[in-house]
Design a protein around this ligand. Structure first.
Ligand SMILES: [Zn+2]
Length: 587
């Protein structure tokens, strides 16, 4: 009896030992640097949609789950952040931004929300008086609706207020500029100046004199050269302001679609970003593209992209994408349409590239594994971009480069399913579809009601299997993504117009809009394995929000405040409204 009893006792011991050994097998849980507890975490991970706590070590998430699970990662030096039941989600990626241009514009005169010409003039006057040190007065954000007679600005309105210093102002959409007489004079633009390829100087129909309205490439090609370049210190200061603003609204990564305000565009500033990184001052992650201008892709341009990719290709800085402008914008009749504009049948817009040359360029970049971004707004331009990507895939036998089309404002209905079929990323900026007068009168008026119904078809592209990647197009609109999320859900102005939403069938849901700014964005950048959702092993890039988006009306989302932004496990922004409970209250 004793023996068997001993035996069974021994057996129990063995089982106990085995069980505890198996629990203790492997190394103990890795201690975390930071544990965030008591949160409502929307992970964007379909396998584990919601969680309560998260453990971070270094730059990465090491555990996510309930408080108890994550507690096992508490070590001696682990810090705790009590989220106080706040909503946490992955930090946002802005998939289409002109980061340096936007950052520089923070320091310039802002005409974004000026509604009358008198208001615009007053702001410029005030800014000019406040900045006697500036040789050139620069700014942006004016709207076509300010100029009721022609829809285009005129130098006379600027000469009235600033006759003696050059004034140069970018329109809100970045496609038309407004110069005063002094600016035209310094840039050497007269009646005799020829229009460059891809742009034009608007002229008085009677006298032939330039009016001060400058379209598309004429601005870069001719006027930009007359403006002194920003110094490196100015660029550094601007970028730091830009990142601060980005982190403040919840951005952790920007995919920059090149810029024009600094000679050489984004690529010319890569070293400045790199210096910021080395000195620990980079608080957003960046991807950069290089603009390829018509008439053709030069071998040296492809080599420059490849060299930049070789040098910059990590989690913080990566360069190596190509950006094309296939057309302009609908508001100025420069978007390339398959049929004439409704309000002016003499125009149907223009492709900025010869179609064959563009297709050849895309195919060459594709063959070298370079992702392509194509700005295409009119249905004709969008079709050409899809054709070019399809052609490249066919001849190169490539399939996963995830080429993108930017803006996609008015595609033909038959082209919408091609995004899913070809695996082309749909890079939309939801605030561009904000249904104000500019959209409902100018934009829709120019193409007419039938084509306007196809405007910004988020839902249809997604239903066809296309991946949505959202961004702002800052500085064209605010880099704050929350009004964009709201508009993706409502397609209404903040005043609730139009009732029921503009083209309501193209609205999307909150999880879909969040996905487009997070995991969809990460997919667009080939980063879905390391970013875009909150999962163990991914980068700890996350935001704590002031309100629970899942519990409020969509019309309230635009007011969301970010309380805390964490990038790579480090707090890079903390709102004045964020407070931690006293240590004594901590559980
Ligand atoms: Zn853009």
């Amino acid at each position: 009896m004793r023996f068997p009893r001993f035996c069974s006792f021994a057996a129990v011991l063995v089982v106990l030992f085995w069980t505890s050994a198996s629990f203790a097998s492997g190394p103990p849980p890795q201690p975390a640097d930071v544990i965030i507890t008591n949160a409502r975490i929307y992970t964007v991970n379909a396998q584990q949609e919601w969680a309560e706590a998260i453990a971070i070590h270094g730059e990465k998430i090491i555990a996510i789950g309930d408080n108890a699970t994550v507690e096992t990662h508490r070590g001696k030096r682990t810090r705790t952040i009590d989220a106080q039941r706040r909503l946490i989600m992955p930090g946002f990626t802005d998939c289409h931004i002109h980061f340096l241009d936007g950052s520089l514009s923070i320091l310039q005169v802002n005409l974004d929300d000026a509604i009358t010409l008198a208001d615009v003039q007053q702001r410029i006057k005030d800014y000019t008086a406040a900045h006697p040190e500036l040789v050139w007065v620069q700014g942006r954000g004016w709207n076509y609706t300010l100029f009721s007679s022609t829809g285009l600005p005129d130098k006379k309105y600027l000469d009235e207020i600033v006759p003696d210093r050059p004034v140069y102002l970018e329109g809100f959409d970045g496609h038309t500029w407004w110069a005063n007489s002094k600016a035209l004079q310094l840039a050497g633009i007269t009646k005799a100046t020829q229009d460059p390829a891809g742009g034009s100087f608007v002229r008085d129909p009677k006298t032939g004199e330039p009016t001060g309205a400058i379209k598309e490439d004429a601005a870069d090609e001719v006027v930009r050269h007359a403006i002194p370049h920003s110094s490196k210190q100015e660029v550094v200061a601007a970028l730091r302001r830009g990142m601060l603003e980005g982190n403040r609204v919840g951005l952790v990564r920007a995919i920059s679609a090149d810029g024009v305000h600094v000679e050489g565009g984004d690529f010319a500033s890569l070293e400045v970003y790199n210096e910021l990184r080395r000195s620990g001052k980079l608080t957003m992650r960046f991807d950069f593209s290089m603009r390829i201008q018509p008439p053709a892709l030069k071998p040296s341009q492809r080599q420059r992209i490849e060299a930049a990719r070789q040098r910059y290709h990590d989690d913080w800085l990566s360069a190596g994408k190509a950006k094309f402008f296939v057309d302009g914008v609908i508001e100025t009749h420069t978007a390339a349409m398959l049929a004439p504009y409704a309000d002016d049948p003499s125009q149907s817009g223009n492709l900025l590239w010869d179609p064959d040359e563009y297709k050849r360029a895309v195919a060459e970049l594709d063959a070298h594994g370079i992702q392509v971004f194509s700005h295409a707004i009119g249905d004709r331009a969008i079709r050409l971009a899809l054709d070019a990507y399809e052609n490249a895939q066919r001849i190169n036998h490539t399939s996963d480069l995830r080429h993108r089309i930017e803006h996609i404002e008015d595609p033909a209905a038959s082209d919408v399913p091609r995004f899913g079929k070809l695996g082309v990323i749909a890079s939309f900026q939801p605030l561009h579809a904000y249904p104000n007068d500019d959209t409902l009168k100018v934009w829709a008026g120019n193409i007419g009601p039938e084509r306007a119904k196809l405007g910004w078809p988020w839902r249809s592209v997604q239903n066809g299997g296309g991946v949505l990647a959202f961004g702002s197009d800052w500085p064209i609109v605010t880099q704050n993504p929350w009004p964009g999320v709201q508009n993706a859900l409502t397609r209404q102005t903040t005043e609730g117009e139009p009732v029921g939403g503009w083209i309501p069938k193209e609205r999307i849901s909150l999880p879909e809009a969040i996905h487009a700014y997070t995991l969809g964005a990460a997919f667009a950048g080939h980063r879905e394995k390391s970013e875009g959702s909150l999962e163990a092993g991914k980068l700890a890039d996350l935001i704590v929000l002031s309100q629970d988006l899942f519990q409020i009306e969509p019309t309230e989302i635009g007011k969301t405040e970010v309380l805390l932004t964490i990038v790579g496990g480090k707090i890079v922004y903390e709102s004045p409204h964020w407070a931690q409970p006293d240590a004594g209250e901590k559980k």
